[in-house]
Ligand binder design. Structure first.
Ligand code: SAH
Length: 257
């Protein structure tokens, strides 16, 4: 018996992996995080499966569901939004399962930061412009360790993807303005990959007003990056004709051409 932690993807029910979908189809117990997991994903469960929303459950109750299934020898599909490696409570759950000696496994999913980049049609790492992505959140009710404060992260000028922060947009913009000029590019993607997806593109000066005017209050990704605007970048080495790699020999020798 195993508890499978399955990344459901960002909202579009087709964005779950084939492996994740197959597990939902065959597990006798399906426990999903109500609000953000699309109904169609859970709808793949067998007719006689026990399908439960964990929305109103606390950790003890979630563990109790796993324990009961374990005692009956039934596999559990624990379906959660996006990918389990980011803000998912995976760690606190699995350490409890370890104590109970219940096996578990993680099936990755498409994270909402990836779906947001896709919605924007963006490569988050542009050659020589930006080669690093920082995934973080603003400090609110859940504190962020001081060394990871937004200002210090912003100083890297890496692409910043902020989860769980849209209700703190004013604070986010205030802190970023201490580091960046006010025309620094920023975008907000609400409900990426859902039919009701909305995209706002702006600058540090405009975005708060845009978010407030649109009434965006949750399920949104904030992306702060030069790559939102930069057109002036070099081609990558990957497809350059003077660059050899494991699968292709250079056609033009470096220094010639
Ligand atoms: N594990 C999830 C993140 C869970 S935290 C993942 O990998 O995506 C929940 C936060 O994720 C939300 O506050 C929001 O910032 C972001 N989020 C989740 N789904 C989203 C979507 N479809 N579009 C934009 N942001 C989303």
């Amino acid at each position: 018996m195993t508890v499978y932690f399955i990344g459901a993807g960002p909202g579009d029910p087709d964005l779950i992996t084939v492996k994740g979908a197959k597990l939902v189809e065959r597990c006798p117990v399906v426990l999903y995080t109500g609000s953000l997991v699309p109904a169609e994903v859970v709808g793949r469960a067998k007719d006689d499966a026990l399908v439960l929303s964990s929305e109103a459950m606390d950790l003890d109750e979630i563990i109790a569901v796993c324990k009961e299934a374990h005692d009956k020898g039934q596999d559990v599909a624990r379906v959660q939004t996006g990918d389990l490696s980011i803000y998912s409570s995976l760690a606190e759950t699995t350490r409890r399962l370890d104590v109970l000696e219940i096996d578990w496994q993680v099936i990755p999913g498409v994270s909402s930061f990836q779906a947001s980049a896709a919605a924007l049609g963006l490569e988050l790492t542009l050659p020589e412009v930006c080669q690093t992505i920082i995934l973080s959140r603003a400090s609110g009710r859940t504190p962020v360790p001081d060394k990871e404060n937004l200002k210090s992260l912003a100083r890297h000028e890496a692409t910043l993807c902020l989860f769980l922060s849209i209700s703190l947009i004013r604070k986010v913009v205030r802190e970023l303005k201490d580091v960046y000029p006010s025309d620094w590019p920023i975008a907000v993607v609400e409900k990426a990959s859902h039919p009701e997806q909305r995209i706002l593109r702006g600058t540090l000066d405009t975005i708060t007003e845009q978010v407030e005017a649109a009434g965006i209050k949750s399920t949104a990704m904030i992306i702060v990056s030069k790559v939102l605007k930069e057109q002036d970048f070099n081609d990558s080495r990957l497809y350059a004709n003077n660059f050899s790699h494991g699968f292709r020999r250079a056609r033009v020798v470096e220094g010639e051409s």
